[in-house]
Every structure is written in structure tokens, then in C-alpha cells.
Design a protein around this ligand. Structure first.
Ligand SMILES: Nc1ncnc2c1ncn2[C@@H]1O[C@H](COP(=O)(O)OP(=O)(O)OP(=O)(O)O)[C@@H](O)[C@H]1O
Ligand SMILES: [Mg+2]
Length: 267
């Protein structure tokens, strides 16, 4: 039996703000094998972002446990989470706020390479400029993009920059929280196709949060449906699409527009 890459047991996160107790995550169990592609869907406020923040070690559970490569990360102090920071990279919803507007793209992408934590992932003598050129090419941006600032790019291009930055340290896992929902509908398919290609060619484990079921259908082989801090339905994406067991899942699927844009506009 091989250890799953991620395992969570009764994972709980309760927030208390001004006396109000919010059970953002109310007991989640999950397993994800290396190379798996997990989609997390559910209505707004169901706990999707809270869950992935715990998996990324950006937040701590108030109950339950999470293991990465067999190590219980929920029990480790921050200073011992270096291996996780190196192995797991994130892409967020809005590249406008996740990219530093005062840094040139080249600097944005190579900055994580300077981190002591990612050295484990890369050969000690890795050439930052060469890695920069590689990841820019991988996300279909021209080499001279490196010298420009984020505001000089379109939304779709900025998300490509965020993806390039995430790939630069050669992570094992990519976690994307609503990676295309801030983008124009016309460029979403392109960015999704790009993510699919990159995840496949690098053999990454992928966790994608989206309230758009088309996004996870495109990218993920497994699905977890969340509601009110719990996973209410989970399994292979294809079987959940073919035969959703919960009314809630059926309602989510029914809300997906039937007509899909197949446009492949430039972005
Ligand atoms: N830092 C926080 N402090 C207080 N409450 C929080 C915090 N983070 C999340 N919550 C609450 O926890 C619940 C789950 O939030 P979460 O952001 O995980 O939902 P989500 O599924 O990602 O929603 P969305 O689709 O809108 O992004 C919500 O009720 C939210 O208000
Ligand atoms: Mg969220």
C-alpha cells in the first residue's frame, strides 16, 4: 500500500470573529494520490478556500489532521514547513492582486527561486535566467515579457505569469483557487488548456477550486463537492457527472450553462 500524497482526517477550521463562531470547515476527510487531479466545487462560503489553505500550510486547523507525504503537517511548527513550501505552489484567482505591480515579470518569476526553501527542488547550480526563459516559453509568453511590468499585460497574460511563477521552482503540487474566474470568458478556455498541458507534461498533482463545474470537468479526474464545510459527495469526476447522488450536486450541475464558448481568442 502506498501512502497518498495528501491525507486529511476530520479536518476542521472554526473562525471566531467578534463573538461569532463560523465553522468554515466542519470535518473533512480526503486522500489524494501523487499525480491525482482533484477538483473542489461548491457554493460560495462552503469552505473550499479554507480547505486548500490548510492543505498548503497557509493556515492551521482547529481540529483534525492533515498529512503530506506521510508527515503530519498540521502538527509541525512553521520553521519545519519548508519542505511543503517548496513542494506546493499556488495560483490564485486574481493575478492583479497576486503579482507585485512594482516588480518586473522576470523578477516576479525568479523570486521564488531565491528562496532557501525551494533549493531542495532544484539543482544547486540552477541558472535562474535559463529557468525563467523555460517557464515563459511554457506559458507561451515571449522572452521580452521578462522586462515588462504586470500592468502591461492582459488579464489572461497576467494569469500566465502567475502560472509561470508557480512552475519555476518545479513543484510537485499545484493548487489553483478559482484560476480563471477573474478572466474574460473568451480567454478562460485558453488558460485552462494551458494548465492541462503543463500539469500533464510536468506530471504535477493538481488541486483546483472552482464554482464553475466546467473548469473541474476539464482539469480533474476526481471531484469533491462541498457544502457548509463538509464534503457531501466525492468520487471520479466522470461518475459524478453521469450520476450525481446528491440533490445539491444535481443543482450545481444543472446551473452549468449548456452552451460553451469554443472560442480560442488571443490573450
Ligand atoms: N479568515 C476568516 N475569518 C472569518 N471567517 C472566515 C475566514 N475565512 C473564511 N471565513 C468564513 O468561512 C466560510 C468558508 O469560507 P471560504 O472562503 O473557505 O469559502 P469558499 O467556498 O472558498 O467561498 P467562495 O466560493 O466565495 O470563495 C465562510 O463563511 C467565510 O465567511
Ligand atoms: Mg474561495
Amino acid at each position: 500500500m502506498t501512502e497518498p500524497l495528501y491525507r486529511a482526517e476530520a479536518l476542521t477550521r472554526t473562525f471566531t470573529t467578534s463573538g461569532r463562531v463560523v465553522p468554515a470547515l466542519a470535518g473533512v476527510d480526503l486522500e489524494l494520490a501523487r499525480g491525482g487531479r482533484l477538483g473542489i466545487v461548491g457554493e460560495s462560503g462552503s469552505g473550499k478556500s479554507t480547505l486548500v489553505r490548510l492543505l498548503a500550510g497557509l493556515d492551521r486547523p482547529t481540529g483534525g489532521k492533515v498529512w503530506f507525504e506521510g508527515r503530519e503537517i498540521s502538527a509541525l511548527p512553521e520553521r519545519e514547513l519548508g519542505f511543503l513550501r517548496a513542494s506546493v505552489q499556488l495560483v490564485f484567482q486574481d493575478p492583479r492582486s497576486s503579482l507585485n505591480p512594482r516588480m518586473r515579470v522576470g523578477q516576479i518569476i525568479t523570486e521564488p527561486l531565491r528562496s532557501r526553501l525551494v533549493r531542495r527542488q532544484l539543482p544547486a547550480d540552477v541558472d535562474h535566467q535559463q529557468r525563467l526563459a523555460e517557464v515563459l516559453a511554457a506559458v507561451d509568453l515571449p522572452p521580452d515579457a521578462a522586462d515588462r511590468y504586470p500592468h502591461e499585460f492582459s488579464g489572461g497574460q497576467r494569469q500566465r505569469i502567475a502560472i509561470a511563477r508557480a512552475l519555476a521552482p518545479k513543484p510537485d503540487v499545484l493548487i489553483a483557487d478559482e484560476p480563471v474566474s477573474a478572466l474574460d470568458v473568451s480567454v478562460r478556455a485558453q488558460v485552462l488548456n494551458l494548465l492541462t498541458d503543463l500539469v500533464t507534461s510536468a506530471g504535477l498533482t493538481l488541486i483546483v477550486v472552482s464554482h464553475d463545474l466546467m473548469v473541474v470537468r476539464h482539469l480533474c479526474d476526481q471531484l469533491a463537492v462541498m457544502r457548509a464545510g463538509r464534503i457531501v459527495e466525492a468520487g471520479p469526476t466522470a461518475s459524478i457527472y453521469a450520476d450525481p447522488q446528491q440533490d445539491y450536486t444535481q443543482a450545481l450541475l444543472a446551473a452549468v450553462p449548456r452552451i460553451r464558448s469554443t472560442g480560442r481568442d488571443q490573450s
